[in-house]
Design a protein around this ligand. Structure first.
Ligand SMILES: NC(=O)c1ccc[n+]([C@@H]2O[C@H](COP(=O)([O-])OP(=O)(O)OC[C@H]3O[C@@H](n4cnc5c(N)ncnc54)[C@H](O)[C@@H]3O)[C@@H](O)[C@H]2O)c1
Length: 346
């Protein structure tokens, strides 16, 4: 039996950092040791609010601590790789926000360094922890829909002009790595690929900034050809007002599953009634902080990462898994920029 708690540090105390703090505090075998942000007030405030005994403005200083086993990387996306490398070289496991990084070279490097240093690399895609999505995936992969025909994902979100001004890294190629697809829709693109379980062979796409004053896309459409023969559509935007529920339409020649925001809205599967799905609350999931329920996905993933460290196994979402959505988004951008079909090397 292992008695020691897994010590966590959080690097980046902006919008998503506190969600990691809540999640770490909810997990029995995890302890929040320290926070870090280049803005001292943010690091200090988050440490105080979530009972971390230490706070830093330089992550290299924080990484010297012996009582930190793993770090949550919650800095702008295009900095994940360099922080991960420093953490891995300091012997810390790495748990990173989505997208894991924004270029293939930086993703390759991240995976390689973590492997060389013998640390685990876990990534966040909380849609994978939603019960309906898990059941849909399992049903699809058991072949219950028959020959796959169409697998579509529609993510029509709204982000205000103020959102884009809320931090200067947002909607930049250098640090956000793109717009609606790389930042927001990467969640659903990951989920689509995970549920279908077949890589995308080629893509034809269009991506533009239609209404926001940004250099990256606020709207994109892509036509997919999967290796298993199916076709699909990705529509992603941050400029639809009002934003819509994220929708996934999966059709085979025997059956159909349609999901909206993690709810089954259509279930037509031969010899399989629509599954009864309980919310985490109905399923008896009890959190120390009642407000933590909305952070369920992060809690599941932090718990999984903690257990992966304790039991020396791979985390639920490895770097190899998390890169798939980014690789597809980069192919979509390449297709849109060069006005041609792009083949992926899966
Ligand atoms: N899983 C989700 O649902 C979700 C939601 C929001 C953001 N994210 C991801 O989390 C990451 C952060 O996004 P955000 O919205 O919280 O950004 P943010 O700008 O609100 O916060 C980032 C923080 O990192 C700090 N920072 C920047 N460079 C640093 C450095 N070198 N060392 C320490 N701190 C540094 C900034 O000062 C800032 O406080 C992004 O990759 C984003 O895609 C994921």
């Amino acid at each position: 039996m292992v008695s020691k708690k897994v010590g966590w540090g959080i690097i980046g105390c902006g919008v998503i950092g506190p969600t990691h703090a809540v999640a770490i505090n909810e997990v029995e075998d995890a302890a929040l040791v320290a926070t870090c942000d280049v803005i001292p007030e943010r690091a200090e405030a988050m440490a105080k609010q979530y009972n971390a005994a230490h706070w830093y403005t330089d992550y290299n200083e924080m990484l010297k601590r012996d009582d930190i086993d793993v770090v949550s990387i919650c800095v702008p996306s295009g900095l994940h790789g360099e922080v991960a490398e420093a953490a891995a070289k300091a012997g810390k496991h790495v748990f990173t926000e989505k997208p894991m990084e924004i270029t293939k070279a930086k993703i390759d490097r991240m995976i390689q360094v973590c492997r060389e240093e013998g640390v685990k690399l876990g990534c966040v895609f909380q849609m994978r922890t939603v019960a309906a999505n898990i059941i849909a995936r399992q049903t699809i992969q058991e072949g219950r829909l028959g020959t796959m025909v169409l697998a579509d994902c529609y993510q029509k979100y709204y982000r205000s002009p103020e959102y884009y001004k809320s931090a200067d890294w947002r909607a930049t190629w250098e640090l956000d790595g793109g717009g609606a697809l790389m930042n927001q829709c990467v969640h659903g693109i990951d989920l689509l690929l995970w549920m279908v379980g077949s890589p995308v062979e080629s893509v034809v796409a269009q991506a533009e900034h239609l209404v926001r004053d940004i250099v990256v896309e606020d709207t994109a459409v892509a036509l997919l050809k999967f290796k298993n023969g199916a076709m699909g559509v990705i529509e992603g935007t941050t400029s639809c007002n009002p934003g819509q529920k994220a929708r996934f339409d999966i059709h085979g020649n025997d059956g159909t599953i349609i999901l909206e925001n993690g709810q089954i809205v259509q279930w037509h599967v031969p010899d399989m009634p629509k599954p009864e799905i309980k919310s985490p609350k109905e399923a008896g999931e009890v959190y120390k902080d009642p407000k933590a329920l909305s952070k369920h996905g992060h809690i599941v993933l932090v718990k999984d990462m903690t257990e992966a460290i304790l039991h020396d196994r791979q985390p639920m979402i490895t770097g190899e898994e998390a890169r798939k959505a980014v690789d597809l988004i980069l192919a979509i951008y390449e297709s849109a920029q060069n006005n041609r079909r792009v083949y992926l090397n899966n």
